[in-house]
Design a protein around this ligand. Structure first.
Ligand code: HSE
Length: 313
């Protein structure tokens, strides 16, 4: 069945999980972006409105991730009609919460519904990647969990490279996002071009421990593996204000481990229950308040649904 107007939601995501740089990502329950996409008679893509971005995002369709991913979809199916996109940003920009991925995904999920659902959710990956690549590079560690929900191993950029992983039932996240934008491109530019073999072995060992811990539902082992990152966090730590103090505060409040969400500056604490996550979030928030730095502190479970169409007609 085909429709003329559809609204979709796409969740926040955190990429990397410490040691899994560019190959692991997790969807977060609750927050996310929405888009209303509508066919129009004339060709071309129009961004009719964007809210929640304080005017920061480009309205020019060739420069906006939501329209670039939608265009890739339209071109692939040979659709002649144009569309209008109304985007509601629920995620802070350049925050490490997968804001660009959510925008790239949300328009395509709505559009897939409009077109009569010719693709499965996984098959939407290449279109969404076109949008993500515009601002963040051609990697799917936010896009894949945003589409599918859960924790996803992203061994490459093809649909066949995606592997959903088990999510420990007790896993809760405490998140704090200080008000310092960290553009992904800048956070990637400071990474080392090469790493010593010794570090490679350590990193791959910790990725293996992380996957094993997920399969066994062992949050202590998961936290130890996540914090085993000796390559990415050391290179980026100066971009994350008060990282050590926030980590120490979260752990004093009972958190198991703390990692940088994607390219940052969001910090994510692994917790094993809701009240512990609330305490860890409050403890990290207090660190930034003491430093007179605005921040957003929140608690989230893992989202299991991924992006979805809210309604269509
Ligand atoms: N894996 C990416 C990075 C996530 O850390 O640069 C941000 O898009």
């Amino acid at each position: 069945m085909a429709f003329s107007i559809a609204e979709a939601f796409a969740p926040a995501t955190v990429a990397n999980l410490g040691v899994g740089f560019d190959i692991l990502g997790m969807a977060l329950d609750g927050m996310g972006d929405r888009a209303v996409v509508q066919f129009k008679d004339s060709p071309g893509i129009v961004i009719s409105d964007i809210s929640g971005d304080d005017g920061a995002l480009p309205r020019e369709p060739s420069e906006n991730v939501a329209s670039v991913s939608a265009r890739a979809f339209l071109e692939h199916i040979g659709e002649r009609r144009g569309i209008s996109i109304k985007l509601s940003k629920g995620l802070p920009l350049a925050s490490g919460l997968g804001s660009s991925a959510a925008s790239a995904v949300v328009s395509v999920v709505a559009l897939n519904k409009l077109a009569g659902s010719p693709f499965t959710q996984e098959e939407l990956l290449p279109f969404c990647l076109e949008g993500e690549a515009l601002v963040s590079g051609y990697h799917a560690d936010n896009i894949a969990p945003c589409l599918l929900g859960g924790i996803v191993l992203v061994a490459g950029t093809a649909v066949a490279d995606l592997q959903p992983l088990p999510v420990p039932a007790a896993l809760m996240l405490a998140l704090v996002t200080p008000a310092v934008p960290v553009p992904t491109n800048a956070a990637r530019a400071i990474l080392p071009a090469q790493v010593p073999l010794r570090q490679l072995i350590q990193q791959t060992g910790n990725v293996a421990r992380l996957i094993d811990a997920l399969h066994r539902g062992d949050l202590e082992a998961l936290g130890a593996a996540i914090e085993g990152d000796q390559i990415i966090e050391p290179a980026r730590r100066d971009l994350m204000p008060h990282l050590d103090a926030a980590r120490a505060a979260a752990k004093s409040a009972g958190a198991i481990a703390v990692f940088i969400g994607g390219a940052g500056p969001t910090l994510c604490a692994i917790c094993d229950n809701d009240s512990g996550a609330q305490a860890a979030a409050a403890a990290m928030e207090a660190v930034y308040q003491e430093a007179a730095m605005r921040c957003l502190a929140q608690v989230a479970a893992v989202d299991h649904r991924g992006a979805y169409c809210i309604c269509a007609r």
